[in-house]
Design a protein around this ligand. Structure first.
Ligand code: ARG
Length: 458
């Protein structure tokens, strides 16, 4: 059989053109969605009396047969047939005869492909939400075990104030929570149905778009046929959210790389999540978090790629739009792979609580607390800041930390100091008194973990 659109042509398509314009090598991933969309469309055509019900039934049976073949990898997709839509339609006509040619009544590949993409993203978005929850679950497991584990908190990657390690981990929990909300919210727009828009202007047949939406589980139909076939903002939104998710994954990965370095040794990733060096026998490399960090680049690229494809396009459909697919598939697959690895990697990592705790002994991250101490004794904060700055300088010059200074030394800087200063300076105290909502005290962190468990329905 020749091309489905061959009637108007007097020459064969140039082979290079055929290959260049074909999308079947990648859009075969949409086979199931394409068949689902066709099943709903033909059901409606029968119900509306646009084609005889018997024909609709024959087409549906044929499509189901093709679906089985697809599931069993029995279909050989052909470049000559350009894309998934024409491959399946041609196969249908081959299987059930000319009646299969009625499937495309009142429809165009333009509204068909947009529908396939909506269906695909709906499924994938729902799956990704679950994978995000797995990562959140693994963060919760570690957080629960580390409420009282103290770690230096940093700003500018300089020791700032000690925090609960659980608090640090839970920061990522909430980032992923918002990512999840973003995905859930995007489903509202993924659930608009383009089908029934025809090539761009609608159709002359008395179709029932709401019925198709109902069969396919869409919440509403696009009210403008030109918009429906030519915008891809629902994909842009997905790629944006995907980029934000990867950014969050990348930041966490960066911390895992730092924490597992010889210099830090705060955590040790499980052997099963690390790799070795082909030359240096001693090495245990954090390849997984490094690659998670690295893969962020491609997701940004996919977003910028599609933004660029869309920005100058006149309405309505243009072949440029075929470029919407590979980046979307790539971001979906990158997210799936990344989230699937991240969850068990976090859950199995060893937290070196002692090393974290020792690190805090050797820093000035309790300096804010003696400043606050003097403020409570009546000194204005700016003056207190100045006094403590002098004490820190004195300690550095004498190779001591704040807990090592004698009471007499403190008194030389201010007569407001009393014996209780040492209790105020202990890291446990420093953390415990940051008891404002959302703060790092064990009490608040436990509250936060409970809130997090609630979000996961635990
Ligand atoms: N393969 C095409 C795409 O992905 C399907 C739509 C083609 N429509 C057309 N009029 N050439 O965009």
């Amino acid at each position: 059989m020749s091309k489905l659109w061959g009637g108007r042509f007097t020459k064969e398509t140039n082979k290079l053109v055929e290959e260049f314009t074909a999308s079947i090598s990648f859009d075969q991933k949409l086979a199931k969605e394409d068949i689902a969309g066709s099943m709903a469309h033909v059901q409606m055509l029968g119900e509306c009396g646009i084609i005889p019900v018997e024909d609709a039934e024959k087409i549906k049976a044929g499509l189901l047969g093709i679906k089985k073949m697809v599931d069993n990898n029995e279909v050989e997709f052909l470049v000559e047939d350009e894309d998934i839509h024409m491959n399946i339609e041609k196969l249908l006509i081959e299987k059930i005869g000319p009646v299969g040619g009625k499937l495309h009544t009142g429809r165009s590949r333009n509204d068909q492909v947009a529908t396939d993409m909506h269906l695909y993203l709906r499924t994938k978005t729902t799956e990704l939400i679950k994978l995000l929850e797995d990562v959140q679950g693994s963060l919760l497991v570690q957080a629960k075990e580390n409420v009282n584990t103290l770690i230096p908190g940093y700003t500018h990657l300089q020791r700032a104030q000690p925090v609960s390690f659980a608090h640090h981990l839970m920061a990522y929990f909430w980032m992923f929570e918002r990512d999840k909300e973003r995905l859930i919210d995007s489903l509202k727009r993924v659930n608009w149905l383009p089908l029934g828009s025809g090539a761009l202007a609608g159709t002359t047949f008395p179709i029932n778009r709401e019925r198709v939406a109902e069969i396919l589980g869409f919440e509403t139909v696009y009210p403008n046929s030109m918009d429906a076939v030519s915008d891809r903002d629902f994909i842009l939104e997905f790629l944006s959210i995907g980029s934000i998710i990867m950014t969050h994954i990348s930041r966490l990965s960066e911390e895992l790389v730092i924490w597992s370095s010889q210099e830090f040794q705060f955590v040790e990733l499980d052997d099963s999540f690390c790799t070795g060096s082909s030359i240096m026998p001693q090495k245990k490399n954090p390849d997984v978090p490094e690659l998670l960090r690295g893969k962020t680049g491609r997701t940004f690229g996919n977003l910028i790629g599609l933004l660029t494809v869309l920005k100058g396009l006149p309405l309505a459909y243009n072949k440029d739009l075929q470029e919407d697919k590979e980046g979307m598939f790539d971001t979906v697959e990158t997210l799936e792979g990344s989230l699937m690895l991240l969850a068990p990697m976090i859950e199995t990592m060893t937290v070196n609580k002692d090393i974290m705790r020792k690190a805090i002994n050797n820093d000035f991250s309790n300096a804010t607390d003696i400043a606050d101490y003097l403020v409570r004794k009546g000194l204005p904060f700016r003056e207190a800041h100045e006094v403590i700055g002098k004490i820190v300088l004195y300690a550095i010059q004498n190779q001591k930390f704040l807990l090592d200074l004698s009471f007499e030394e403190y008194q030389e800087f201010s007569s407001l100091f009393e014996e209780d200063i040492y209790e105020v300076l202990s890291p446990e105290h420093v953390v415990a008194v940051r008891n404002s909502f959302g703060g790092t005290s064990p009490e608040q962190v436990i509250k936060q973990i409970e809130l997090g468990e609630g979000k996961l329905g635990k």
